[in-house]
Write a protein that binds this ligand. Structure first.
Ligand SMILES: CCCCCCCC/C=C\CCCCCCCC(=O)N[C@@H](COP(=O)(O)O)[C@H](O)/C=C/CCCCCCCCCCCCC
Length: 214
């Protein structure tokens, strides 16, 4: 694991996802991206076999950060304002990637689908037996979520990468929050917030028929 300022800490990641939720059920983009960036720091400590996954996630985060640093940054403050702005201004390719291949809506949707994987993976870790295999928990979560959107070659590469994951307790002890039991307790506190962020986004995208953006 990395030391110092760059070290992964589960608490920081979970705090970031908790901070996504606004009082009016809005989902804030900055803490959402901060949460993913923290997770990618962790992913990078697991070995180069995961590089193709972290590269894709970093690219998507960068696209959204660019919107947050642009003249239109206020429009990208929350997922709700982003959807409203991009749809009202015809900035989303709805049928085929063409004029707006990297819209905020499309890019966020990819991370949103990955959040479902994360939710299922963390729940599997939380409720798993001490010696259960993280690779199995991870594959099951992946097959029930993200895999449905990936071509065969990506599914194959992801499944191979999962094999190198350590056992559940070693994995939890690498979270920098104390013992495996303490990490489990923290997951229990944070998962309802992650679920809520997921559900609100899913509802918003469904309402605007954006769940299948190319
Ligand atoms: C206790 C907490 C520890 C949890 C640690 C989790 C660390 C995970 C960190 C990052 C997860 C990466 C999120 C990946 C986003 C993938 C978005 C996506 O679906 N992209 C595909 C579609 O994009 P477009 O082509 O349409 O632009 C793209 O094709 C995918 C490429 C890469 C493969 C993605 C495989 C995702 C597997 C997720 C499992 C990560 C394994 C983590 C192991 C702990």
């Amino acid at each position: 694991m990395a030391d110092g300022a760059d070290a992964f800490c589960l608490r920081e990641v979970l705090v970031a996802f908790t901070a996504c939720l606004g009082e009016q059920r809005e989902v804030r983009v900055d803490p959402y991206l901060a949460g993913w960036k923290g997770l990618i720091r962790f992913l990078n400590t697991l070995g180069t076999v995961f590089s193709f996954i972290s590269k894709d996630a970093v690219t998507k985060i960068q696209i959204l950060e660019n919107y947050r640093n642009s003249d239109q940054r206020e429009k990208y403050l929350t997922v709700q304002s982003m959807v409203e702005y991009e749809l009202a201004n015809g900035l989303v390719d709805l049928k085929k990637r063409s004029e707006h291949p990297d819209s905020g809506c499309r890019t966020f949707l990819r991370l949103h689908r990955a959040l479902r994987w994360l939710q299922m993976f963390l729940e599997g870790l939380r409720t798993g037996e001490e010696d259960s295999k993280t690779s199995v928990i991870c594959s099951e979560a992946y097959n029930a979520s993200l895999a449905n959107y990936h071509p065969w070659i990506i599914r194959k590469a992801a499944t191979v990468a999962f094999y190198v994951l350590p056992t559940r307790n070693t994995f939890l002890e690498n979270m920098n929050v104390g013992t495996a039991d303490e990490a489990v307790a923290m997951l229990g506190d944070a998962l309802p917030f992650i679920c809520k962020v997921y559900d609100i986004t899913e509802e918003l995208y469904a309402q605007h028929k954006l769940l299948d953006l190319p």
